[in-house]
Design a protein around this ligand. Structure first.
Ligand SMILES: Cc1cc2nc3c(=O)[nH]c(=O)nc-3n(C[C@H](O)[C@H](O)[C@H](O)COP(=O)(O)OP(=O)(O)OC[C@H]3O[C@@H](n4cnc5c(N)ncnc54)[C@H](O)[C@@H]3O)c2cc1C
Length: 327
């Protein structure tokens, strides 16, 4: 039976158990959220021993080199000594602003105790003082000093309902940044297609701003969807961006449209496929963010339509596993 060393603890890892489950069985709380190897909230670093390959899938190359892995999917096969994420991935942050937007969306502004080196569209994990952790995408362009998050407020949501009651001065720990969903200025003429529903707009908003700031010349299409048109938020901000950049097209889509509202009621996946079909698919770069089911389906359909998988970056907003959620 492999052993797991963490601080002063030496624990036996039962057959098939993950690092996270082993810590929890010993009464040790470690931040986590999705428990499926997606959200990266439970990132740890191995000091001695080897973690199985699938324990660091999705962790970026440079962090993998440094031994970072995800505790929720790491089933040790050899003895391991691990540590929590170190100070280089963690900083204190303070809420400096909160605005309520349509669609039960909270626009939250945070200031970090030290500058965060991030790319617009990456995500961070917010950790409350009691250890509750949830990932949220950064809606800021690269280099911004104040962070902007778009958080969908679930009245029974452990983190989002707490954030809804935050006031300037509320303190949090912030870990990250994580993720590969960001703009790379490798070809300023390639077409970009960005698709998201609800707060899936947050990373897309950052990516569009980065692309425009880099002088992207190719056509950029941003599709933002919601069930009801009244729940679409940031419409003015997006309209202003589009008015100032002729190569940016913003399309709002909703299944139910308020009378007189300038919103397309074609399903967003149909719109996305139609846009992909008229673009140069061999050079198209796609960003999909938000609803996991939409992303899964659309990624597959875009691939079948001829978009290479490596050209599709996606962040699925996988909810926390039920044991971490408010009951
Ligand atoms: C990589 C990544 C990036 C993310 N970025 C964002 C972001 O930018 N903005 C954002 O708002 N969220 C984002 N999320 C989701 C976020 O991390 C939380 O899952 C979400 O805020 C709910 O957490 P909570 O603690 O409020 O609710 P929980 O306590 O986890 O859930 C309690 C209840 O809330 C409701 N609920 C929670 N999630 C959902 C859901 N997806 N659909 C329907 N009902 C739900 C359910 O009733 C659930 O029982 C992201 C997730 C990932 C993995």
């Amino acid at each position: 039976m492999p052993t797991l060393r963490y601080g002063e603890h030496t624990l036996n890892v039962e057959d098939g158990k993950t690092v996270l489950e082993t810590l929890e069985s010993a009464g040790i709380d470690y931040p986590n959220s999705c428990r499926a190897g997606t959200c990266q909230s439970c990132m740890m670093r191995v000091v001695t021993g080897d973690v199985p390959d699938d324990a660091n899938r999705g962790v970026n190359e440079s962090k993998r080199e440094l031994g970072y892995f995800l505790a929720c999917v790491c089933r040790p096969t050899t003895d391991l000594e691990v540590v929590g994420t170190d100070a280089s991935t963690s900083t204190a942050a303070t809420v400096v602003g909160l605005r309520r937007c349509p669609g039960d969306v909270l626009e939250i502004r945070l200031r970090c105790a030290r500058p965060l080196d991030f790319r617009g569209g990456q995500f961070v994990t917010l950790v409350r003082s009691d250890g509750l952790a949830r990932p949220y995408s950064l809606a800021n362009p690269t280099g911004a000093t104040e962070l902007e998050l778009h958080v969908r407020h679930y009245p029974n949501g452990a983190m989002s309902n707490w954030l809804a009651q935050a006031t300037p001065g509320t303190e949090l720990e912030l870990r990250g940044p994580y993720g590969e969903c960001f703009y790379v200025a490798d070809d300023l003429d390639r077409p970009l297609l960005l698709v998201g529903t609800g707060t899936g707009l947050a990373p897309l908003y950052a990516i569009v701003q980065d692309a425009l700031a880099a002088g992207h010349r190719g056509p950029i299409t941003l599709l933002h969807g919601a069930r009801h048109s009244a729940a679409l938020y940031h419409r003015e901000e997006l309209a202003t961006l589009a008015a100032n950049h002729p190569n940016l097209e913003v399309v709002a889509s909703a299944l139910e449209v308020e009378k007189g509202d300038d919103v397309d009621n074609t399903p967003i996946d149909t719109l996305a496929l139609a846009r992909a079909n008229t673009a140069d698919r061999s050079n198209l770069r796609v960003f999909l963010c938000g609803d996991p089911a939409l992303i899964r389906g659309l990624r597959r359909r875009l691939f079948l339509a001829g978009v290479p998988l490596r050209a599709i970056a996606a962040d699925a907003f996988v909810p926390a596993a039920s044991r971490n959620s408010a009951q």
